[in-house]
Ligand binder design. Sequence first.
Ligand code: GLY
Length: 340
Amino acid sequence: MPEISRRTFLHLSGAVAAASTAGLPHPLRARPRRTPPVVVASGNGLRGVEKAYRMMTEEGADPLDAAIAGVNIQELDPADQSVGLGGLPDERGVVTLDASLMHGPTRRAGAVAALEDIATPSLVAKAVMDYTDHVILVGKGARDFAIRMGFKPQNLLTEQSRRDWLAWKTSLNARDNWLEWPDAAAKHTDGTIHMSAVTAAGDVSSVTTTSGLAWKIPGRIGDSPIVGAGQYCDNATGAAGATGRGEAAIQSCGSFLAVEFMRQGYDPEDACLETLRRVVAMTEDRLLDEQGRPQFGLSFYAVHKDGRYGAATMYEGPQFAVASAEGARLEPMAFLYPND
Ligand code: GLY
């Protein structure tokens, strides 16, 4: 059985207190609990969680619409080089974007991969979900679909991202190969934004959007557009998502696994930690250091449909964004390995 974390203890304490007043007359008898709404995201989602939370609580927005509006802020921000407009390009200098999402109440999903020229892949993924019988569209088909749906094509390569690509390109040398990461590429593997939300009614949704690994081989997609890897939700349990090395989240079905751990009774934070332990167990030797630790970053974020939330990352340091009745803030993430 999983250990009970502090968050779970506090949550259960509330439930026990409510149960102990069950025989009391009104007004002391506890009313049926409503879920405390909450939105979580990767650290670059601070503005996004605030917006999503406000939409859900003040405007009664659907959790998926709210989460998409939250990640749109980063997609349209040219300063965020991990997502949408201004995202770092592939090895040819072409920006290609990936996104996927799930809507808990309807159990529907949508995704796009290797999408060019459209700054908001999350909204194209939503259109795939809303208007087609498919889940994923890729490449030229995804772009053509987006344009037919009214999205406007634009150049996504900003001057800053072009300069960074040029710097990488000019630093290549004859000894580089695809199984070794140049420092410039490693620096950007943690980009991406994930957002998961739960409403007062206990409905959950999740969305992840990214420009993927910087300088990738054209055609490479990561976990973000793959349902179950980059994000996953199940309205009976909760939602989860990932940022960081996409290959590791794909090989572990990481977001699906985090939700399954919550279904088994793990607190969201413990579910994320347990998922990271599974990732480590499945990591190839070539990616482990002398102490058996992965040489990459990976983070998971999760919300339970009862309003509990948590996140965990491979190495100490990153924070995650949370919005709840206490406001929007960054919180430290649980981690598997201290930075030493
Ligand atoms: N997690 C984003 C990617 O690997 O593409």
